[in-house]
Design a protein around this ligand. Structure first.
Ligand SMILES: *Cc1c(COP(=O)(O)O)cnc(C)c1O
Length: 963
């Protein structure tokens, strides 16, 4: 007989649901918070905030949530539909062994993957050291003087190199020469980028074509080194020819090959780029991988992407910070040269650590082994009667197989091996770090199609000359800095990695309340599938049936995101929000062109927009017209209407962010969309703030035509210290035909080409968002949105007597973030928003977004994942800081010498024998009691940005500087 009190089975079964793990606010907390805000219920609060005109008509049609274990099992079944074969396909993607110490302690370690972009220099010294190692590694291997801290992929890096060359060289030509044996996906992305900018791409598909083009007029040339078919060309004279035309010579180079080959910097190349994938990042079906971009010194001030530089802190000690302006140096709104924001920091850190761990000798040994195995394979194939297309190769052998090609490919597949077929009659194979003697023998047996006798690898045991021409062998040293020559034992490496992450604040230590960036929980169950071999070890150009699991993941996730956004079609190819913006504007442009409206090129963008918006518009050749915002922070509809009328015939698009970057739900967004449509334009809704909308309102329903999402904000992909991200582009029905294609990857396109190197972009992080949706279900996702809004309003309400919220809706509420106005404090105390941001470090917090979108403010976004305990801890810290400011205002502390101006305080500065500050050491380090149990000690004092920009230095610091 059942006891009266036995709970229903359903309650027991749902008790381990994920929703309550993801959302930090408990039901009792919610009541307290609503009390502070003055709302009777969450429903009442939300109904008072989200304008009725835009609320969803229907709930999202998503599967009901399942537990963590059930979701993992379901995803595993999908993953198993991928087939992990040996892939010797090459084409920019190679097998690699991720050292276990790096896999577990970086790729799978929240101290690294939950960190934010290092805008707050003092709490990011560890990851910036890793990025400086990355920059040094790239400079050393390429022979170039300066390199940035990562690009999105090799193909987009090549496209950025093209535009970097265009704005840097003297030649006025519009022609860009591309060697035909660059990777196919690189050529495709370049063509996509070149078209709207009016750059004419000329492909040189043969030696005579190359000769003819090189004698013509052009502003830059791109060649691959070694080429996609494996050949090593001597480019030395070609660089001189380009320079004689005042044009730039760009080289896409393989970093592992450069340990053995003369680096492009030594034959005067202007820009060098490529991928770092084979330095420890698995194939991942094409991404995420860090690409690199290096250039000559004269080009450095227009180099896109982030650059970490060395400066000094207030104590005169070396300290890292992002160089050339604290925010994206290149995103100068309408004058932008590139729109890259989120890049590939985590993969870049991994590549740099791979170099640290192996060191120059280890890397060279890997490269020599690859080259030796390649030479053995080639020699054997020749003995068996096959003809190679080149005798000068590093890791790739291409055989002219003629009519045997198809059966060779089939025999290889039968043996569980992927080879590469080119032009129907050439078969290529690329070796890598994972290749073994058995693999060589297996390939010979596959090629013994006519029963040839097999060579014996043992015949070469004494060594074999690599097939690298003598005049192109590298003689210069590389990676000579001690960091690459110290941490070669696993114990040493483990401690080096740990010492760096200990310097940093990530989500594993405290909340990161960054407005616009949505730093929410990245649940471990969401992360686990990323390194499953069925997802990690898939080559992006493997036959489609081997990627069936990825295809299903892609299809389901797109369907769910369509539900969440109200759009009809989505592409997951863009690998950052900025790339989604770019792809979305390309779709709008292509749609106008398809209707004979190619002249429509005006893009209206409100002044409050994120910098990537105007940057993206200008990349697709649109002309940006800025529209005003009113005193409440809303888009000024009257000004927008006037500009729509003025530009009616040429209006292409309007880009808005919703809810706005000012943190409010504008009530007239439907009218705004209708107005733009009346004038023949399309509405781009920047979806970075979707965390305020999912389940509540859908941009595709209230008038948006295109949006991008940031899966690394709303959909739980961790920030990785500044990437990887995914920026899906979502469109309404009539724009679906204009989503990006990818011919090299078998995705057809309707005139809009590829926007990323890989057909599914950063494919291997998509399981994270899939897991999130699957475990939350429609109610969980909606509850997350509502709780994010609740938490932001709670912070705004509790801080209102200390820091007023700058913009609110008519009833005083905010959306999912609030802008705290600190500007008046400057007059009363001399304290700036930056001082408060730095003082928060002493309290153990990462600062909110500083001076965006309004200078002198802090934008706070708590997200739904934080507990009430943590929200209160943050609020108490902010109030504690306000009390300190009051002491300055009251004259207790001098304006220029107080805990705020001197923040953050390092342990060393507090331990010194001479303490002459007007406040105690305890007040400096332990302003609130809760810190006594767990104190984060900042490794450097406040960093001097100006010094660093005047003395730009972007490689590893000589050890003597630390003395
Ligand atoms: C983050 C953000 C972007 C850019 O996205 P990335 O993924 O960093 O390229 C664009 N718009 C807004 C409003 C953002 O917050």
């Amino acid at each position: 007989m059942l006891m009266q009190s036995a709970p229903p089975l359903g309650d027991l079964e749902n008790a381990d649901e994920f929703i309550a793990r993801h959302i930090g606010i408990e039901p009792e907390d919610e009541k307290k918070m609503l009390g502070v805000i003055g709302s009777a219920s969450r429903r009442e609060l939300i109904e008072g905030i989200v304008p009725p005109s835009i609320r969803r008509a229907q709930a999202m049609d998503l599967p009901a949530p399942v537990t963590e274990s059930a979701a993992l099992a379901e995803l595993k079944a999908i993953a198993k539909k991928n087939q992990v074969l040996k892939s010797w396909i090459g084409q920019g993607y190679y097998g690699t062994h991720t050292p276990g110490v790096i896999l577990r302690n970086i790729l799978e370690n929240p101290a690294w993957y939950t960190a934010y972009t290092p805008y707050q220099a003092e709490i990011s010294q560890g990851r910036m050291e890793a990025l400086v190692n990355f920059q040094t590694m790239v400079c050393d291997l390429t022979g170039m003087p300066i390199a940035n801290a990562s690009m999105l992929d090799e193909a987009t890096s090549a496209a950025e190199a093209m535009t970097l060359a265009k704005r840097s060289v003297k030649s006025k030509s519009n022609v860009f020469i591309v060697a035909g044996d660059c990777h196919a996906q690189t050529i495709e992305v370049i063509q996509t980028r070149a078209k709207p900018l009016g750059i004419e791409v000329k492909l040189a598909n043969s030696a005579p074509e190359w000769e003819k083009l090189m004698n013509g007029d052009y502003f830059a040339v791109l060649a691959q080194y070694p080429t996609t078919s494996g050949r090593i060309d001597d480019l030395r004279e070609e660089v001189k020819r380009a320079h004689a035309k005042q044009a730039a010579f760009i080289v896409a180079a393989d970093l592992l090959a450069l340990t053995l080959l003369t680096p492009p910097g030594e034959f005067d190349a202007d820009i060098v780029l490529g991928t770092t994938q084979r330095f420890g990042m698995p194939l991942c079906n094409g991404g995420p991988h860090a690409a690199y971009l290096a250039c000559r010194d004269e080009f450095k001030r227009s180099l896109p992407g982030r650059l970490v530089g060395v400066s000094v802190d207030v104590h005169g000690k070396p300290a890292y910070r992002l160089a050339l302006q604290t925010r994206e140096q290149h995103i100068r709104r309408e004058k932008a040269t590139s729109n890259i924001c989120t890049a590939q920091v985590l993969p870049a850190v991994i590549a740099s650590m791979y170099a640290v761990y192996h060191g120059p000798a280890g890397l060279k040994r890997i490269a020599q082994r690859v080259a030796a195995y390649t030479a053995i394979l080639a020699t054997g194939l020749k003995r068996m009667g096959f003809t190679l297309t080149s005798e000068h190769v590093f890791d790739t052998v291409t055989v002219k197989a003629g009519d045997k090609a198809a059966s060779l490919m089939a025999r290889a597949l039968d043996a569980g091996v992927n080879l590469r077929l080119a032009w129907g009659e050439y078969v290529s194979m690329s070796f890598d770090e994972t290749t073994t003697r058995n693999d060589i023998e297996q390939l010979w047996s596959i090629f013994a199609i006519d029963g040839q006798a097999l060579p014996d690898v043992n015949d070469f045991a004494k060594g074999i000359e690599p097939m690298i021409p003598a005049e192109l062998r590298r003689t210069s040293a590389f990676l000579t800095h001690p960091v690459f020559n110290t941490h070669h034992s696993e114990t040493g490496m483990l401690r080096y990695i740990r010492s760096l992450s200990d310097k940093d604040l990530a989500l594993d230590r405290s909340m990161i309340p960054l407005g616009s960036c949505t730093m929410k929980l990245n649940a471990t169950s969401e992360m686990i599938p990323v390194t499953w071999p069925e997802f990690a070890n898939i080559h992006p150009f493997a036959p489609a049936d081997q990627r069936a699991g990825y295809a299903q993941l892609d299809e389901q996730l797109r369907a769910w995101l369509c539900q969440a956004t109200g759009y009809a079609g989505i592409s997951l190819q863009p690998n950052a929000g900025s790339q989604g913006e770019y792809a979305g504007l390309l779709a709008i442009k292509a749609w106008h062109e398809s209707r004979g409206d190619a002249h429509r090129n005006i893009c209206l963008i409100p002044s409050s927009a994120h910098g990537t918006n105007p940057a993206s518009a200008q990349m697709v050749g649109m002309q940006v017209v800025v529209t005003a915002c009113d005193a409440q922070g809303n888009v000024d509809l009257a000004d927008l209407q006037a500009k729509c009328e003025q530009h009616s015939a040429a209006l292409a698009a309007v880009m808005i962010t919703y809810p706005s970057t000012h943190g409010v739900f504008e009530t007239q967004v439907k009218e705004l969309c209708a107005l733009v449509h009346q004038h023949g334009g399309r509405v781009y809704v920047d979806g970075a703030n979707m965390n305020a909308l999912v389940g509540v309102a859908a941009p595709g329903e209230f008038g948006g035509d295109v949006s991008h999402l940031n899966l690394h904000k709303t959909f739980c992909i961790p920030h990785g210290g500044g990437g990887p991200g995914v920026g899906p582009v979502c469109v309404v029905e009539d724009l679906v035909p204009f989503l990006p294609g990818h011919e090299a990857g078998g995705v057809p396109s309707n005139g809009v080409g590829a926007v990323s190197a890989a057909p599914l972009g950063n494919a291997a992080v998509l399981p994270i968002s899939w897991m999130y949706c699957r475990m939350m279900g429609p109610e969980g996702l909606t509850q997350a949105t509502e709780t994010a809004i609740l938490s932001a309003n709670y912070i705004s309400a509790r801080l209102k007597d200390h820091y007023p919220t700058l913009y609110a809706s008519a009833n005083g509420h905010v959306a999912h973030e609030c802008i705290l106005d600190l500007r008046p404090l400057k007059d009363t105390s001399g304290v700036t928003a930056e001082d408060v941001a730095k003082r928060l470090i002493d309290y153990g917090f990462h600062a909110p977004t500083l001076s965006f979108p309004v200078a002198g403010t802090l934008m706070v976004e708590p997200t739904e994942s934080e507990t009430l305990f943590e929200l209160d801890r943050f609020i108490d810290a902010m109030i504690g800081i306000r009390e300190e400011i009051r002491k300055v205002e009251g004259g207790d502390w001098p304006r220029e010498d107080n805990p705020l101006k001197n923040a953050p305080h390092t342990a060393a500065s507090l331990m010194g024998d001479d303490w002459s500050k007007p406040y105690s050491r305890e007040a400096a380090a332990y302003p609130v009691a809760s810190l006594s149990g767990a104190k984060y000690w900042v490794p450097v004092g406040r960093v001097d940005n100006v010094y660093g920009d005047r003395n730009l230095f972007c490689s590893c610091v000589p050890v003597s500087d630390y003395a």
